[in-house]
Design a protein around this ligand. Structure first.
Ligand code: 0O2
Length: 221
């Protein structure tokens, strides 16, 4: 009867969302391992913080509707690849690519797509590196390959995008022209700050390497 079929639908949806929750936990563990290992081995940890979120059922359905996808679980599974999202904030632009390479080198991670909004920012100034990856989630009676969106960005990029996101929602996507222009200017300032910080970071690294080299010499001079 109708109640049973509703119950079945709810069960399948809960199971569906659970696989994404497990995928998030796996990716979080991977990144936490990198973070701890960096700290231990390098005495320098490029990962400032990690956040993750599951897209709400409402935004999943809105996105599927907006993009014209079928409203079935199999279509949503194949087409909406950011149901599980992990965001890694790091210190410098070079760290973004370092972390991205490390994740891509892991054997159980399959890289599906790279959207490099760091090299090619969006017209509003949005910058971040997005990786769509797929990882296997092992359950009691099956293995599911699950898509996860990993966003990697600097602190400056994160600062800008969280403010822009809030403003975007406040104005329901219709940000007034002047505010839009100011936001794009702010994105440019964030870019300049990132470049300046990277430059300082490079100089410090050079000095560090030089003094390590000198210390490794068998005698002075
Ligand atoms: P939330 O609340 O973070 O989940 P779409 O843009 O979603 O229609 P696509 O190709 O999936 O299509 O998007 P894309 O370009 O990979 O971007 C997806 C996510 O990147 C967004 O998710 C945001 O988190 C972030 N993002 C992309 N563009 C912008 C931007 O201009 N400003 C900010 N602040 N964030 C951006 P959601 O689902 O929109 O939001």
């Amino acid at each position: 009867n109708e109640l049973d079929s509703l119950k079945n639908l709810k069960d399948s949806f809960v199971r569906f969302m659970m696989t994404y929750k497990f995928a998030l936990e796996e990716v979080n563990t991977k990144i936490n391992i990198l973070k701890q290992e960096f700290q231990y081995a390098d005495d320098y940890n490029p990962i400032e913080h990690i956040t993750s979120r599951l897209k709400s059922p409402e935004s999943i359905i809105n996105k599927a509707y907006r993009k014209g996808f079928d409203l079935t679980l199999s279509s949503i599974k194949e087409n909406i690849r950011d149901i599980a999202g992990v965001r890694i904030t790091c210190s410098f632009i070079s760290d973004i690519y370092k972390i991205s390479r490390m994740l891509q080198n892991q054997k159980d991670i399959k890289l599906i797509e790279v959207k490099d909004y760091v090299k090619n920012p969006k017209p509003n100034g949005y910058r971040s590196l997005h990786l769509i990856i797929q990882i296997p989630v092992f359950m009691s009676n099956r293995v599911n390959d699950v898509y996860v969106e990993v966003q990697i960005r600097t602190i400056a990029m994160d600062f800008w995008s969280s403010l822009e996101h809030k403003i975007y929602y406040k104005y329901s996507g219709e940000i007034p022209k002047e505010l839009k222009e100011e936001l794009t200017e702010a994105a440019f300032s964030a870019l300049k700050l990132d470049e300046k910080m990277e430059n300082i970071h490079d100089q410090v690294n050079k000095i560090k390497k030089h003094s390590q080299f000198e210390q490794s010499l068998p005698f002075d001079g």
